[in-house]
Every structure is written in structure tokens, then in C-alpha cells.
Design a protein around this ligand. Structure first.
Ligand code: GAR
Length: 240
């Protein structure tokens, strides 16, 4: 049997997708093993799930890092030595630098400072694929280029609670509900320099009945996510 795919995971919350991937690994349904779970928020249930499964965990507290950046007299002194603003600005598609340069630069620099800490944790592991399982932060090209280092290309996967390219952003099911959609769904895609714009790996759809509440939609959607994510990871494992 081929060597198992070594999967790093990042979460921000409850971690039900993480749990679905842990279960798929443990039950031998996918040729993968999770090598770590990182979170940008301390104390979340997903970290407990990882620990219970014997997986290494770490926290990079984005909220604290961003607050420290706001207080810093000179944010540039906190940036990693290999940070190159022109390179990042030339690639990123997250913020409109023309519209508000100061705000955009603060966003990019504070995220890079947090991303350096994530990388310091991640780089101590041997990892084939980074899986975002309800990780509610976007990545700058600084981070992406330091993960996608080999010629085989994309190595960061994300799950999104909508049928992309519809409803990118942070509230996919909410927007599906408020728009009055009759079909909802979820998407697994590779992460590129934009927000939820990378190549699509898989999608699953579900019907929305008259009278379904937002909670109904979330519940139907999550059921589909738990099937879709392990299947997409297995697809990646088999394509190596
Ligand atoms: C999931 O619905 C996932 O699609 C969504 O967060 C939820 C996490 O649930 N992700 C995003 O919105 C990413 N922008 P979980 O913590 O129970 O897996």
C-alpha cells in the first residue's frame, strides 16, 4: 500500500469537518493521517477533538497578534526578515490597496506576522497537504508561497459552505438562505491568492424545501461537507 498522505489541519471552531476526516482516517476509508491540528482561536471544541484523537495541536492567536500590531509603534519591526511588500502586492487579490492603502497595508502586514507564527509551527512537521477545516482566516501570498513549494502545485485545500463561485466569504449558508435559493451546497477547492477563488476539487448539493430555516440549511450542508471533504482528500492522495 502507498504511504499515507500526511495531512495538516487548521480550524477555528467546532471541528465537525475535522472529526469527519479523523474518522475517515481511523476507519481506513482514506489513505491519510493527520499530523497536526492548529487553530487561530484557543479553547475551541475542534482542539479537544484533535487531542482526543491523539493529534498534536497548537494555537496561533490571531486576535491577540492583530491587537498587538495595532498597539505597536512600528509594525514593520515585527515583520519577518523575508517579507517583501512589492511581491505580496503584486500577487494578492484579498484587499483593494488603491481604495485605502493604509488599511490594506495594515491588513497584509498583520496577517503576515500571524502567518509567520503559523509557519513556524507547521514547518516542524512533515506534511503533504494542508486542509482548512472551518479555518476562518484568509492567507496572503506570503503564507501560500511557503506552503506551495514544490512543482506539484497546490497544497492547501479549503471547504466552503456554498456552491462556489456563488457566495464566497464568511457566511455561505446565510447568504444561500437570505437569497431564497432552492438548492444549496458546499465546495472543496484549492486555495489561491483570492478569497474562495481557487480551482474546485469537488461539490455536493442539497435541496432546500419551502419553510427550511437557516439552521435546517446548515444542518443539511454540514452532512454533505462531512462526505465531501474526506472524498476530496482521498482524490488528492490517489493523484500523487
Ligand atoms: C463549515 O460549514 C465550513 O464550510 C465553514 O465553517 C464551518 C465549520 O464547521 N467554513 C467557512 O466558512 C470557511 N470560510 P466545523 O468547524 O464544524 O467543521
Amino acid at each position: 500500500m502507498a504511504e499515507k498522505l500526511k495531512v495538516g489541519t487548521l480550524i477555528s471552531g467546532g471541528g465537525t469537518n475535522l472529526q469527519a476526516i479523523i474518522d475517515a482516517c481511523n476507519q481506513g476509508r482514506i489513505d491519510a493521517q493527520i499530523v497536526f491540528t492548529g487553530s487561530d482561536v484557543d479553547g475551541v471544541k475542534g482542539l479537544e477533538r484533535a487531542k482526543k484523537a491523539g493529534i498534536d495541536t497548537f494555537v496561533v492567536d490571531y486576535a491577540r497578534i492583530i491587537a498587538d500590531c495595532r498597539k505597536a509603534r512600528d509594525i514593520d519591526s515585527l515583520l519577518p526578515k523575508d517579507f517583501d511588500l512589492d511581491v505580496i502586492l503584486g500577487k494578492q487579490r484579498l484587499v483593494d490597496v488603491e481604495k485605502n492603502r493604509e488599511k490594506a497595508l495594515f491588513f497584509i502586514k498583520s496577517r503576515v506576522i500571524a502567518e509567520r507564527q503559523l509557519l513556524d509551527n507547521i514547518e516542524s512537521y512533515d506534511m503533504d497537504l494542508l486542509v482548512l477545516a472551518g479555518f476562518m482566516r484568509v492567507f496572503t501570498p506570503y503564507f501560500i508561497d511557503r506552503i506551495n513549494t514544490n512543482a506539484s502545485g497546490h497544497r492547501i485545500m479549503n471547504i466552503h459552505p456554498a456552491l462556489l463561485p456563488a457566495f464566497p466569504g464568511t457566511d455561505g449558508y446565510g447568504e444561500t438562505f437570505r437569497y431564497g435559493c432552492k438548492i444549496g451546497g458546499c465546495t472543496v477547492h484549492f486555495v489561491d491568492y483570492g478569497e474562495d477563488t481557487g480551482p474546485i476539487i469537488g461539490q455536493k448539493a442539497f435541496e432546500i424545501a419551502d419553510g427550511d430555516t437557516l439552521e435546517d440549511i446548515k444542518s443539511k450542508g454540514l452532512q454533505k461537507e462531512w462526505e465531501l471533504y474526506p472524498a476530496c482528500i482521498q482524490k488528492f492522495a490517489q493523484s500523487r
